[in-house]
Write a protein that binds this ligand. Structure first.
Ligand code: AMP
Length: 510
């Protein structure tokens, strides 16, 4: 496909009609640097859509005429950079194209006050209204499948996510972590205006934020006053420094596992922003749902794709059952179990096949716990109060530092009620019965007819939902994902999208 430069809004529509492909859209204001390049190359590597980069300095975003006039313009170089990093088309409209003087159809939008009055909105009146107006206009022209944005402008990202939701636009937002220069400061088109001394100041500011992040990881606390004092001692002019909830931009609460420390400083004429995410532990995904909903397959794939530990709670119940048989522990004497459990340790370790082994008291039992003997006893053992109590505690210990995805029946309600993402994975009884019938590895597929399978599933659902200890329950804040008609990969992608909506990409960095 020929690479094209489009300058008129009418040409966009023609291009769209001719390409026969979905579009990834990367809006920019030009003077492209490695942050923009990362956006373009991420879009290129994500899928086979065509990539459209726009370069438009939106006057509505500027509250200061001088800032607008001085905004760096490097269009020839931007064209080269875009094409050589994966752009298929570049849209370079003029002011008149985006805001035709007599076109009454242009909608001037307002950003939501809750998100736009904090942080940068405090001093940049109308800035986010301008961002919403131009992006809404561009999205209506380009009609992309995906919109690529940088987490560097986190507040802008939240406001645009809100815009897409509010206007019910059919576009997925994908974000990339903040890209930094060799000395740690966020790459920004405005950095070219910095003097040596100003650059030194912003370097100090960025390194202080990073230091705060590290301290927070140990102490789980932050001292804003101390950071402000240190910055002031260097004569850094702080516009704001705030510790906030990363999605609502309200003051961070004690119980927030991930929070945002964001600041803006003024260096001469240039205003620079930077932020870090503070995290008490790495994220946790809880996946609950009835038998046959595809939980374990989906959970394993998610763990692999997101590089999280797969906390196979079922394997823990099986491992304990294995030990009870091996050591002839009489599980009916529930009172005595507490004492026995004191000396038991269960751990998961990755093996050389990129899979996970489960160890109980240093025995690797991955294979053995799948035997028929264990299958026949595990549900009895897992219904014992003492067993449940012991293993829930063990699961929480494994989850202390986070970084895992767990599946079961009571993960989101009992084991990890503070999980960042809770999924209730389900499918209709019809669908689950059909899946079991077509499962070549299942004995059911040959021996039981569809109608009986449905009755068995109904009975199991009822028992699971009504048992006394840890019944199957959807947590209030869980998102229900109904898998009827979707492939495993589609379900995995859907859950990863939900994860990415909640968790900044950036948390894995530094
Ligand atoms: P701009 O050209 O400043 O309007 O930015 C265009 C897009 O690039 C926005 O989605 C920005 O968030 C993103 N971007 C700019 N700088 C960076 C950076 N240093 N790291 C990641 N994304 C960035």
């Amino acid at each position: 496909m020929k690479k094209v430069i489009i300058r008129k809004t009418e040409e966009i529509e023609n291009w769209r009609k001719n390409i026969n492909s979905e579009i990834n859209f990367i809006p920019t204001m030009g003077n492209l640097h490695n942050g923009h390049i990362k956006l373009i190359s991420t879009a290129k590597n994500d899928n086979s859509n065509l990539n459209l980069v726009s370069i438009f300095i939106n006057p509505l975003q500027f509250d200061n005429k001088l800032d607008l006039e001085n905004y760096p313009k490097t269009i020839d170089n931007d064209i080269k950079i875009s094409f050589s990093n994966g752009a298929d088309a570049i849209f370079i409209p003029s002011n008149e194209d985006i805001y035709p003087p007599n076109n009454k159809n242009i909608k001037f939008l307002k950003a939501p006050i809750e998100l736009s009055s904090a942080l940068c909105g405090l001093n940049r009146i109308g800035h986010f209204d301008g961002v919403c107006t131009v992006i809404y206009r561009l999205l209506n022209l380009v009609k992309p499948k995906n919109l690529y944005l940088g987490e560097k402008d986190w507040q802008q990202l939240l406001i645009l996510k809100n815009l897409v939701q509010r206007k019910k636009l059919n576009v997925a937002i994908k974000s990339i972590p903040t890209q930094r220069d060799f000395d740690g400061i966020p790459l920004s088109s405005r950095n070219v205006h910095l003097s040596k001394n100003e650059r030194r100041l912003i370097r100090f500011f960025s390194s202080e934020l990073l230091e705060a992040k590290k301290t927070f990881e140990h102490k789980k606390k932050i001292n804003l006053k101390e950071i402000i004092k240190k910055l002031s001692e260097k004569k850094i002019s702080i516009e704001y420094l705030e510790h906030l909830h990363p999605h609502t931009l309200q003051k961070a609460r004690l119980e927030d596992n991930i929070s945002l420390l964001a600041g803006a400083i003024r260096c001469g004429e240039t205003r620079l922003i930077d932020h870090v995410f503070l995290m008490k532990r790495r994220p946790i995904i809880a996946i609950d749902g009835p038998a046959g909903s595809g939980k374990s397959t989906v959970t394993k794939l998610i763990a692999k794709k997101l590089k999280l530990l797969y906390l196979d709670t079922g394997a823990m119940y099986r491992a304990l059952s294995w030990l009870m048989i091996k050591d002839s522990i009489d599980y009916k004497k529930e009172k005595k179990l507490q004492n026995i459990f004191k000396d038991i340790s269960i751990v998961f370790k990755s093996n050389t096949n990129e899979k996970q082994d489960v160890y109980i008291n240093n025995y690797c039992v991955t294979e053995e716990i799948r035997s028929q003997q264990i299958s026949s006893i595990v549900s009895k053992i897992s219904s014992l109060k003492e067993v449940r109590k012991f293993l829930v505690e063990e699961q929480r210990k494994i989850g202390e530092s986070g970084g895992l995805v767990a599946e079961g029946r009571d993960i989101g309600t009992t084991v990890f009620p503070n999980a960042e993402l809770k999924i209730f994975l389900t499918a209709s009884i019809n669908e689950r019965a059909k899946r079991r019938k077509s499962d070549k590895n299942s004995k059911d597929s040959q021996e039981i007819d569809l109608h009986t399978l449905k009755e068995l599933i109904k009975k199991r659902d009822f028992e699971d939902s009504n048992r006394e200890i840890s019944p199957l329950m959807k947590a209030n804040d869980a998102i229900e994902v109904i898998t009827d008609g979707y492939s495993i990969n589609e379900v995995v992608d859907k859950i990863i999208d939900l994860y990415n909506e909640k968790i900044p990409k950036e948390i894995e960095i530094n």
